[in-house]
Design a protein around this ligand. Structure first.
Ligand SMILES: *[C@@H]1O[C@H](CO)[C@@H](O)[C@H](O)[C@H]1NC(C)=O
Ligand SMILES: *[C@@H]1O[C@H](CO)[C@@H](O)[C@H](O)[C@H]1NC(C)=O
Ligand SMILES: *[C@@H]1O[C@H](CO)[C@@H](O)[C@H](O)[C@H]1NC(C)=O
Ligand SMILES: *[C@@H]1O[C@H](CO)[C@@H](O)[C@H](O)[C@H]1NC(C)=O
Ligand SMILES: *[C@@H]1O[C@H](CO)[C@@H](O)[C@H](O)[C@H]1NC(C)=O
Ligand SMILES: *[C@@H]1O[C@H](CO)[C@@H](O)[C@H](O)[C@H]1NC(C)=O
Ligand SMILES: *[C@@H]1O[C@H](CO)[C@@H](O)[C@H](O)[C@H]1NC(C)=O
Ligand SMILES: *[C@@H]1O[C@H](CO)[C@@H](O)[C@H](O)[C@H]1NC(C)=O
Ligand SMILES: *[C@@H]1O[C@H](CO)[C@@H](O)[C@H](O)[C@H]1NC(C)=O
Ligand SMILES: *[C@@H]1O[C@H](CO)[C@@H](O)[C@H](O)[C@H]1NC(C)=O
Ligand SMILES: *[C@@H]1O[C@H](CO)[C@@H](O)[C@H](O)[C@H]1NC(C)=O
Ligand SMILES: CC(=O)N[C@H]1CO[C@H](CO)[C@@H](O)[C@@H]1O
Length: 811
């Protein structure tokens, strides 16, 4: 998220300025002018940036053209600066006529070329070549280095280049080599070893990050001019040799996200007195460093996530007086935080998450504020200090700890700038204070899974910027305050598993127009579904299950246009924490929600944006399924089970082509199963059990592949996978089937499950060969096994819900 800022953009800027002010005394050569015109001819130039490259009288001198520069003495074109022009098309081989080019900058254009344009190799005088982000594919030409023997900088980042790095690149003139974000592979030694013939290795910057390099780290100790070394996000392994410690000019070092292992000791940093940024995160490295070590450097960024630093808090960090970013997350640190940490003048961020840090938290003692702090997943306890909220500009994560009191944090004595606050999964109890008017900047708030009770405070209505609100898994009661109709930016509104009651507020549909996720699961809301809810055109997850909602399903549900849309949306629901405040880069936030999916409750984050679901199960809904519901063709999951819904299954159900999960069980549905249902061929879990459905299960379709339990409890339903239909068709009108229900229950017994699972255990060996012979059989078999598994979850969930209800009734 934080990027090591690349030092070159500044050089580009200077060059661009120089070109703009460029003035030449000698006019350009005709041959080179024609070559440039033919180069332009190959481009599609959507922004018209090359419009003064022309033939008109006043444009005759190509040395005056925008982005072109000539040698003042000879009039030869020597520099071409075409970076970020968003050019398309192809690079004309006429480029090769510009024999005197020393600088060629093509970064950020979307060329049609499939290969590295090899005619560039005939530009023998080239010193600086930038083809980053130009959609290049294939290999880097083997003789690139031999042909361009004056080359000082080569940038090929962000392409689709493959293969190994040509040995020819070890030129001794090379100062800057940047090949990040390609698909290059091979051993780094193959790149480094050929340099040994150079009298002096001048290389200052080497960026090979985001590739597929393997093997161990070479001995870089000869690269004595190296200032920037980025090898992060590769597949490098082995231990780090201490040759690194000799690179006395090194300023930035990143080995993050590889498979390095072993020990990091003081010798790895022996002469690194110039080091400013160190990133060793996400390897398997362990620091073994003396308690009283005084490092030779003063770092500004320290990222040691997932390095083993503990069990004691690393004391050498205390010497880093100008550090503005410290990440020691997941570093096996335990015990309490030393006092000096609260005096570090961090400015950008602090991440101590995923350790076993104990004790109470202190106030930060320094004046400045920090952009973000992440203390999540530790063992902090006691109360959260008030001033923490004044010290953080954007994001404060205190989730997954053992804090018991957040009252002072939540009642600051003046406005705070925070936009992200997560205090979920703690042991906070008591009433949520009514002080939210100081939190106007909040965009994300999660207080879920604590033991908070009482009413949702009215002042939550002052959270006018809130986008995502999670207050589920507490004991909140009473109604949702009317004041919250001012929270018009809400996209995610999650109050699952509380004791909230009252009507589903109709102002939700009128005011909260941006809602995409509405989760009221497991509360005590009653009354009918307000039709205003149909005004929510962005809504894609509605979970009102396990409440006491009555009345009919509104016909207007087909106005929920996000659900009526088959277009896939973006997989995550995320936005940038764009602070109103003075500082820095936006922090991207990915929303997360706990959903019930096929009977199992789990957290969704990386695909939350793809879920389109209606869950109204376990309520008291009545009436028929409106055929309008079948217009919601984007639905992936539909659960209206455990209600009192009657009538027939609409035959247009075949429209719901994306449906993966359908549960209509335990209602009073009657009539035939429409054969159109078999058009929904993605269905992996379906439940129609315990209704009054009748007739033959449409045969010769995938509906036969479901487990019989899908259909049980429908007295007059027959045909595969249930027993055969009687040869004389029965009259199809509905019979009350009370007298049969006992028998049906028995079909769906524990014994049934046990025998099935026994079958799995004992029969597996025998079935195995068959499974691998026959594909369709294999699918059917695994579907069967999975269904049993899912069914067990449903049964569990129902029983838990029953118990909850029973408990409520009895208290
Ligand atoms: C360190 O590297 C990781 C992985 O590439 C990256 O996510 C992180 O932002 C880097 N840290 C800093 C401080 O740049
Ligand atoms: C460029 O040269 C021309 C003619 O020699 C002169 O008139 C003009 O002012 C110069 N422009 C700049 C920006 O130096
Ligand atoms: C790019 O290549 C594709 C096919 O390879 C071609 O259809 C398209 O016209 C080319 N675009 C340009 C601008 O040359
Ligand atoms: C890698 O390059 C692609 C374009 O080729 C770009 O979209 C992506 O953001 C780059 N990734 C990194 C980590 O720089
Ligand atoms: C490094 O990874 C390679 C496979 O890419 C493996 O053959 C080699 O044994 C590994 N070396 C170490 C030291 O783990
Ligand atoms: C690295 O190379 C230097 C100089 O060639 C040598 O002195 C040093 O021992 C080498 N280190 C390792 C770990 O091979
Ligand atoms: C803190 O570190 C953890 C683990 O390395 C990471 O998952 C989390 O995103 C980081 N927090 C922030 C705010 O960057
Ligand atoms: C709530 O927190 C407990 C631990 O305190 C955890 O086991 C449980 O999974 C959490 N529940 C949710 C829904 O996050
Ligand atoms: C809610 O309150 C009940 C008692 O009223 C308690 O047993 C239960 O643990 C509380 N639940 C939570 C999540 O705090
Ligand atoms: C919302 O829906 C209701 C009933 O469907 C309708 O009367 C009302 O005009 C709608 N409001 C807005 C703002 O669209
Ligand atoms: C469906 O969704 C896509 C992407 O979100 C959007 O561009 C399109 O306009 C939507 N179509 C309708 C009919 O709402
Ligand atoms: C208790 C305490 O330290 N309160 C301070 C918190 O920070 C604000 C602003 O920085 C001060 O005004 C309070 O005195």
């Amino acid at each position: 998220m934080l990027e090591l800022v690349y030092p070159l953009s500044c050089a580009y800027l200077l060059l661009r300025m120089a070109l703009a002010a460029g003035n030449t005394t000698v006019k350009c050569r005709e041959k080179e002018r024609l070559s440039l015109l033919s180069l332009k001819g190959g481009f599609v130039d959507p922004n018209g940036l090359l419009s003064d490259w022309g033939t008109a009288e006043n444009h005759a001198d190509c040395c005056t053209w925008y982005s072109v520069s000539c040698d003042r003495r000879t009039g030869h074109v020597d520099k071409l600066y075409l970076s970020d022009y968003k050019l398309e098309g192809t690079i004309s081989p006429s480029l090769a006529e510009l024999h005197h080019l020393t600088h060629l900058f093509f970064r950020g254009n979307n060329f049609n070329s499939s290969q590295f344009p090899t005619f560039v190799l005939s530009l023998k005088r080239l010193q600086h070549l930038d083809f980053s982000y130009t959609n290049l594919k294939g290999n880097i030409p083997l003789n690139l280095g031999y042909s361009l023997s004056h080359l000082q900088s080569l940038y090929l980042d962000g392409n689709h280049l493959e293969g190994t790095i040509p040995k020819s690149l070890a030129m001794c003139s090379l100062i800057d080599l940047s090949l990040s974000n390609n698909s290059l592979w091979g051993q780094l030694d193959d790149l480094v070893a050929p340099f040994s013939h150079c009298a002096k290795i001048l290389l200052k910057a080497l960026d090979l990050s985001y590739n597929r390099f393997t093997g161990s780290i070479p001995n870089f100790s000869q690269f004595s001019f190296l200032e920037y070394l980025y090898l992060n996000n590769n597949q490098l392994n082995g231990t780090l040799n201490d040759g690194i410690g000799l690179l006395s000019k090194l300023k930035e070092l990143s080995f993050a996200d590889n498979f390095f292992e072993g020990v990091i000791s003081e010798t790895h940093f022996f002469r690194l007195s110039q080091l400013q940024k160190l990133n060793l995160s996400f390897n398997h490295l362990a620091f073994e460093i003396r308690h009283d070590w005084i490092p030779p450097f003063q770092l500004s960024r320290i990222d040691l996530a997932s390095c083993k630093l503990g069990p004691d808090f690393p004391t050498w960090l205390r010497t880093q007086k100008s550090c503005d970013y410290l990440d020691v997350s997941n570093a096996e640190i335990s015990g309490t935080i030393p006092r000096w940490l609260w005096y570090l003048p961090l400015y950008y961020g602090l991440n101590l998450s995923h350790n076993q840090i104990t004790g109470e938290m202190q106030d930060f003692k320094v004046q400045n504020t920090i952009l973000f702090m992440d203390f999540s997943s530790n063992l902090f306890e006691g109360s959260i200090p008030q001033n923490l909220s004044h010290k953080v500009d954007v994001s404060l994560d205190l989730s997954n700890n053992k804090f018991t009191d957040a009252r002072t944090l939540l009642c600051p004595n003046e406005n705070v700038f925070l936009s992200f606050l997560d205090i979920s999964n703690n042991q906070l109890s008591g009433v949520l204070p009514d002080c939210w008017n100081n939190f106007e900047a909040l965009v994300f708030l999660d207080v879920s899974n604590n033991s908070l009770f009482g009413k949702i405070p009215t002042s939550m209505g002052s959270l006018i910027n809130i986008v995502s609100l999670h207050i589920g898994f507490n004991n909140f009661s009473g109604e949702i305050p009317l004041s919250m109709n001012k929270c018009t930016e809400l996209v995610v509104f999650d109050v699952a598993q509380n004791d909230l009651s009252g009507l589903i507020p109709s102002w939700i549909g009128d005011g909260l127009k941006k809602l995409r996720i509405l989760i009221f699961r497991s509360n005590m809301f009653f009354g009918s579904l307000p039709t205003n809810i149909c005004n929510l055109s962005q809504l894609q997850i509605i979970d009102l299950s396990m409440n006491n909602i009555s009345g009919a399903l509104p016909k207007c549900l087909n106005h929920l246009s996000a659900l009526g849309n088959q277009t896939k949306s973006i997989a995550t629901i995320s936005w940038d924490m764009n602070p109103r405040t003075r500082t820095g880069q936006p922090l991207p936030i990915k929303d997360i929600a706990t959903l019930v999916w096929k009977g199992k409750e789990s957290k969704y984050q990386s695909i939350l944006g793809l879920v389109k679901s209606i869950d109204l199960s376990s309520n008291m809904l009545m009436g028929e399924i409106p055929s309008e519901l079948m217009d919601l063709v984007g639905l992936v999951s539909l659960n209206i089970s455990r209600n009192m819904i009657s009538g027939q299954i609409p035959i247009t159900i075949g429209q719901l082509k994306l449906l993966d999960f359908l549960d209509l069980s335990r209602n009073n549905l009657c009539g035939h199963i429409p054969s159109q249902l078999s058009q929904v061929d993605r269905l992996s879990v379906m439940d129609l059990s315990y209704n009054n459905l009748s007739g033959e299960i449409p045969h010769g379709t995938q509906l036969q592949s479901f487990d019989p339990s899908t259909y049980v409890g429908n007295a007059h339903l027959c045909g595969s996978p249930l027993p055969k239909c009687p040869t004389t068709p029965r009259p199809t009108q509905d019979h009350p089937n009370d007298e049969n229900s006992e028998e049906d229950e028995q079909f769906f017994t524990r014994g049934f499950f046990i025998s099935m699972s026994l079958g799995f255990g004992t029969g597996f060996g025998g079935v195995c060969s068959l499974i691998f012979l026959n594909k369709s059989f294999r699918y059917a078999y695994f579907r069967l096994v999975r269904d049993i598994y899912d069914k067990a979850y449903v049964v569990l969930a129902i029983n838990v819900a029953k118990l909850r209800r029973w408990k409520r009734v009895s208290t």
